[in-house]
Design a binder for this molecule. Structure first.
Ligand code: DX5
Ligand code: ZN
Length: 223
């Protein structure tokens, strides 16, 4: 079992994206937040920008789609070569069909749950997914405070993954810092998104190492 640290480039300098990608090469994947100003009240970029990030990134892309109608728009991100494409349970009409399309397109399929979303339906279709993303803030903005009350849901998902024996990664996203990462690791997360805590650090590589150590030290999973 390994710990994955995925810096979110939402906290990078958008006009110096290639430079900032070069600062996080000791991470595991690059977390790419696509926001459409409908599903969330914020706007980032779409497939054209993600294609350029894919072209220049040394690390594989972990695309997090905070968009309406992912059934229609998500497959393009698999087709451009993203390693992982995660869409929101609250937005998808047919999550199983979409997950199958993403896998057929060569990507890992992920499903994301907002803090208030019940995990029961996701647990029923775990075999269709490679990753479940438990949002630990309301999606839309970086720099928010970690919501500890999402941890019982994470634990419930970890127990379900263990019970099925499936290799489904459990990702947390929002408010992850050296202070909070241990709480999520203890509750069963293995994949950690961190935006502001990585890019606000003077030395992002040192911060990635510190996050990795803090997660490994607190993890309830076999290392
Ligand atoms: C928020 C995004 C996150 C965001 C996390 O909706 O999905 O990926 O970049 O930022 P921090 O780590 O600053 O909470
Ligand atoms: Zn995200």
């Amino acid at each position: 079992m390994s710990i994955r640290i995925n810096p979110s480039i939402l906290a990078a300098d958008f006009v110096n994206m290639e430079r900032d990608l070069g600062r996080i090469t000791s991470a595991d994947l690059v977390h790419v937040d696509v926001m459409d100003n409908h599903f969330v009240p914020n706007l980032t970029f779409g497939p054209q920008m993600v294609q350029r990030i894919q072209d220049v990134s040394a690390l594989p892309l972990d695309v997090h789609l905070m968009i309406d109608d992912p059934d229609r728009w998500a497959p393009a991100y698999a087709e451009l070569g993203a390693y992982s494409v995660t869409f929101h349970a609250e937005a998808a009409v047919d999550p199983v069909a979409l997950a199958r399309t993403l896998r057929a397109g060569g990507a890992r399929a992920g499903i994301a749950l907002k803090p208030g979303t019940d995990p029961a339906a996701t647990i029923e279709m775990l075999a269709e997914f490679d990753q479940v993303l438990v949002m630990t803030v309301e999606p839309g903005f970086g720099g928010q405070s970690f919501m500890t009350d999402t941890m019982p849901k994470l634990r419930q998902l970890r127990d379900a993954v263990s019970a099925t024996g499936l290799d489904v990664w459990l990702q947390v996203d929002g408010g992850i810092s050296t202070e909070t990462i241990g709480i999520a690791a203890q509750a069963g997360a293995d994949t950690f998104v961190a935006g502001s805590s990585v890019f606000a650090a003077g030395d992002p590589a040192a911060q990635i190492a510190a996050l990795r150590n803090a997660a490994a030290g607190a993890s309830s999973l076999d290392q």
